[in-house]
Design a protein around this ligand. Structure first.
Ligand SMILES: C[S@@+](CC[C@H](N)C(=O)[O-])C[C@H]1O[C@@H](n2cnc3c(N)ncnc32)[C@H](O)[C@@H]1O
Length: 229
């Protein structure tokens, strides 16, 4: 599974940012800023962003933790991180980028204040293992932040279901040449644990003592915040 996921992201990597901005009408930047705000990140914090992709969340964190803080963006797909250092240099926000599997992090216990993952937890083979690894490298009292697609309800939910089933693969296919990757997105988001189901999953790690969630843009995305024991 992880080999197919890695290959799929490698194939869409060069156009990933363009597709993100068009398909979300730029709203993903608002979600990322909200994620940083609600994470409680402060100047001087050390942040690990897992499954960082092209690095947008890592850069948003760096903007907040400042020069006295440190942000490390990691992903298991080298191609996805290819544009990240140039983006970091252009924005004058120094972030390090490194290859790492979220399910087997090569970092010491208690070495970060926050570990984050945006639109990545749905893609890892075992989310509980990844969340446990993230909690392991975060200090006691620190924070795990997860941003992930959800399942909007009601009339808006019906519209979003139509948009994600037909429009996202169509436009994603034109932009990246891989419509299947953009069929995978709504298919996996529709069945991935959402709301309390996901906070329960966080608590199942045994290393996260409390977890809460926030709905973003009518439930298109959810932000989960966990406190490490
Ligand atoms: C939808 S992209 C999200 C990228 C970025 N975080 C964002 O918000 O745009 C999902 C990312 O998860 C990464 N990924 C999936 N499984 C992973 C794993 N086990 N370890 C590290 N990265 C993983 C993929 O390579 C891909 O870059």
């Amino acid at each position: 599974m992880s080999k197919e996921v890695k290959d799929m992201f490698a194939s869409i990597a060069p156009k990933y940012d363009t597709a993100n901005s068009i398909l979300s009408l730029g709203i993903h930047h608002v979600w990322r800023n909200k994620t940083v705000e609600l994470s409680g990140a402060k100047k001087g914090y050390r942040v690990l962003d897992c499954a960082t992709g092209t690095g947008d969340l890592a850069l948003a964190f760096k903007n907040t933790v400042g020069d006295s803080g440190y942000v490390l963006g990691t992903d298991f797909c080298t191609e996805m991180m290819e544009t990240a250092p140039a983006k970091s240099a252009k924005k004058r926000l120094h972030v390090d980028f490194e290859v790492a599997d979220a399910m087997n992090l090569q970092y010491d216990d208690d070495s970060f204040d926050i570990a984050s993952i945006s639109f990545g937890i749905r893609n890892v083979d075992n989310p509980i293992i990844a969340l446990s690894e993230m909690a392991r490298v975060v200090k006691s009292g620190g924070t795990i932040v997860v941003l992930e697609f959800g399942q909007p309800n009601g009339l808006f939910g019906s519209f979003y279901s139509w948009y994600s089933t037909y429009i996202i693969p169509y436009i994603g296919g034109i932009l990246t040449g891989n419509a299947d990757a953009y069929r995978y997105l709504p298919k996996t988001a529709a069945i991935f644990p959402c709301r309390e189901e996901f906070t329960d999953l966080m608590l199942k790690t045994g290393s996260i003592e409390s977890a809460t969630f926030y709905s973003l843009t009518f439930g298109i995305a959810f932000l989960y915040i966990g406190k490490v024991k």
